[in-house]
Design a binder for this molecule. Structure first.
Ligand code: GDP
Length: 619
């Protein structure tokens, strides 16, 4: 399915030509739409000699032309530039041509209209003039077809030329991730909410759950229409009307994008390769306030130029655009930058939501260059430089088809440039970096806590700044590389052993002896520091109740066994009973019972404590 968009100066005969070609009057469609009779806006369709069906988009008005071309951007396969033979090239002809150029519209044809009004010789002069204007643009050398809607001369030739040009246009890409930038939302009596737009990057089917971005609202597809025909499924590249249940029309705005849940995110910052049209009248300066338009979305924005202070007519530079309101775009999408006066630049988005770039930065500019023009493998490596990504997200992030993404990934993996970690893909460079961060976090911690056997994993994860989704996998990798070792639930540097100083050893020995002698009522004065207590706990020599009472581990074992035995023959136990059981004081009895609660041997029940289910069996 292909989309043809008309362009050209006002009154040069665009609508009349579309009507003559298709038998559908775009102006009548507009009236019908205004009266709520049709859901398509200025869209006619046509079957070409080859049997190929195309949508023709023809929206009146200059402002609306720009928005409409953008709405189709990524959707318009062929521009039909209309020039009236009696007037020739006019200012809007040039501006539309500049915009088609900025948007990289893949192909174009010029229809020289109203040829019935001029002599053939004159038409020849206009034709030569048009060819001059096209030179140096994407439409250079495009076919120019003489037509007249009045006499119908040249219409068959125009149809054949369109057919021929589309024959050479690549099919719409299918990334398996449909998105539909919404150009209109309205309510139809008896059906509910309907949105229209050009479907890109994948197919939609009745019954699918969908999500709008920005905003994240969800609904379900109840009906699909293409050229006023109901269909079960729509392929990418189609002008579509989508009937959605579960969403109110007033919650939907032009510029939102309909996609499958989770596939799109709101974007606040875009990195773009910008080019100014050759007819630019005022240079575009760094830090200018601009309007960014992409597909049907629009936002006020601040433009930061990264490698220039201003761009003049025909010049290009790198820009980082910070949006006032988020929009849902993807790398490789086209955009236009407008100032209040004119279309000031256009270009390709190469990255979304990147961090703030320093201007004229020697590392940033080549990286942006690779994002624009690098091979898929180079872009993959760049993409993974700062973080791993879900394998399933690679194709969309690179803007390539899933099969190609799989091929590029496999080749990069074969050369050890990337590694798959439990559903995530990481670059080899990132793996090495992450490994050394983990190694550093581990040895720093052990330097500060030389009595610990191991470092808690969560401490390492947050210190090294590694996402929880990939942490286990990267730890496994770091272990396999011999950078760290697993120790129980924690991690340590390979061969690590806690070291006591001679003084600490003496202190530990003295302490163990006194609490051992203290039995059920060990002294609570002269306790060693937390580090030494943790060390003795990790070695299973003491039981620290955390309530100022530390028992010898063997004594503690006896106490637990005694309490459990008591609870096997009694429904519950109180602090006073524990005190009497061990001939100790209330302080120890309370510390013991609370610790038994905390370690899930017992649980509190009113003023007493009862055995937890399962404890009996465990002991
Ligand atoms: P648009 O603004 O480019 O869509 O122009 P329209 O299609 O509305 O046409 C503008 C005027 O030119 C109308 O009055 C048309 O009737 C007239 N017109 C369009 N095409 C032709 C043509 O091939 N021959 C003649 N004689 N008049 C035409």
């Amino acid at each position: 399915m292909y989309v043809v968009g008309t362009a050209g100066h006002v009154d040069h005969g665009k609508s009349t030509l579309v009507h003559a070609l298709t038998g559908i009057d775009p102006d009548r469609l507009r009236e019908e739409k205004e009266r709520g009779l049709t859901i398509e806006l200025g869209f006619a369709w046509l079957e070409l000699p080859s049997g190929r069906e195309v949508s023709i988009v023809d929206v009146p008005g200059h402002e609306r032309f720009i928005k409409n071309m953008l709405a189709g951007a990524g959707g318009v396969d062929l521009a039909l530039l209309v020039v009236a033979a009696d007037e020739g090239v006019m200012p809007q002809t040039r501006e539309h041509l500049a915009i088609l150029d900025l948007l990289d519209v893949p192909a174009g044809i010029v229809a020289l209209t109203k040829c019935d009004l001029v002599e053939e010789e004159y038409a020849g002069l206009v034709e030569a003039d048009v060819a001059d204007v096209l030179a140096g643009t994407r439409l250079a050398g495009a076919p120019i077809v003489r037509t007249s809607a009045a006499t119908r001369a040249g219409l068959d030739g125009l149809r054949a030329t369109i057919d021929d040009a589309l024959e050479r246009t690549p099919a719409k890409r299918d990334l398996g991730r449909p998105r539909l930038p919404i150009d209109r939302a309205f309510t139809i009596q008896g059906f509910g909410t309907v949105v229209t737009g050009t479907l890109l990057d994948g197919s939609l089917e009745i019954g699918q759950e969908v999500q709008l971005q920005p905003g994240g609202l969800r609904g379900r597809i109840r009906g699909l229409q293409r050229h006023r025909t109901k269909v079960q499924r729509l392929e990418p590249g189609t002008r579509a009307a989508v009937n959605i249940s579960g969403l109110k029309t007033e919650d939907i705005e032009r510029g939102m994008v309909l996609a499958l849940p989770g596939n799109l995110k709101p974007v606040r910052v875009v990195d773009v390769r910008l080019t100014a049209p050759r007819i630019l009248s005022h240079p575009l300066a760094h830090d200018a306030g601009v309007t960014l338009l992409s597909a049907t979305a629009e936002s006020e924005a601040k433009l930061r130029l990264l490698d220039a202070n201003a761009i003049g007519p025909g010049e290009s530079c790198w820009g980082q655009i910070v949006l006032e309101t988020p929009i849902a775009v993807l790398p490789r999408d086209h955009c236009i930058v407008r100032t209040p006066n004119e279309t000031a630049a256009g270009g390709v988005i190469v990255a979304v939501n990147a961090r703030r770039h320093r201007r004229n930065d020697a590392a940033t500019l080549p990286q942006l260059e690779r994002l624009l023009a690098g091979s898929p493998e180079e872009r993959l490596i760049d993409l993974l430089a700062s973080r791993p990504l879900a394998v399933g997200a690679i194709a969309t992030s690179l803007g390539i088809e899933p099969a190609e993404a799989a091929k590029v990934t496999a080749e990069a993996a074969a050369r050890a440039l990337v590694v798959e970690l439990g559903g995530m893909l990481a670059s080899g460079a990132w793996m090495n970096q992450a490994t050394s961060r983990i190694e550093g976090a581990t040895s720093n911690y052990l330097d500060l806590h030389p009595l610990r056997m191991a470092v808690p994993r969560e401490h390492i994860r947050s210190t090294a700044g590694i996402d929880a989704t990939v942490f286990d996998a990267i730890v496994a990798y770091a272990c396999s590389m011999g950078a760290i070792e697993e120790r129980g639930a924690g991690l340590a540097t390979p061969g690590w052993e806690p070291r006591l100083t001679p003084a600490q050893e003496a202190e530990a020995e003295r302490f163990l002896r006194t609490i051992g002698e203290g039995g059920y009522s060990p002294p609570t004065e002269g306790m060693p520091g937390d580090e030494l207590l943790a060390y003795l706990t990790e070695r299973g020599l003491i039981e620290n109740t955390g309530r100022g009472v530390v028992f010898d581990r063997e004594v503690y074992g006896e106490m637990v066994a005694k309490v459990v035995r008591h609870l096997e023959t009694h429904p519950q136990i109180t602090i006073a009973e524990v005190r009497d059981l061990f001939g100790t004081s209330r302080k120890y009895a309370q510390a013991l019972l609370e610790h038994l609660d905390a370690t899930k041997v017992t649980r509190r029940s009113g003023d007493a404590h009862v055995l937890r289910a399962g404890v009996e069996a465990r002991r």
